[in-house]
Design a protein. Sequence first.
Length: 100
Amino acid sequence: RKPLIDACSFMDSGVPRLGIPRYTHLVEDNSGAGGTCIAKHKCPTNFPGPTGLAASFNRTLWRTKGAITATEQRAFNNLGTTRLFGAPVGLTGFGPNVNL
C-alpha cells in the first residue's frame, strides 16, 4: 500500500501499472518557468520578482512574462526536464506574492 502522506505532497508519483507518469503540482513561477538548463545557453528565462515588475507599471511586460513563462513551462514539461531538486516540471504553476 502507498502511504497516505503522498496524497498531501506537491509531487504525485503516478500510477505505473496504468502508464500514468509522475507529476509535479504547484510549480513556483514567480520569476520564470523554473526548469534546469537543457543544454549550454538553453535555460528558462528569468524575470524580476513580482514587486519589481509591478513597479514598472508596464502591462505589456506583465503579459509578455506570462506568455513566455507559459510557453517555456509547456516546453520543459514536454521534454521531461526537471527542477533543481529533481522533480519534473509540471504544468500547474503558481506565483506566491505579498499584496503590499
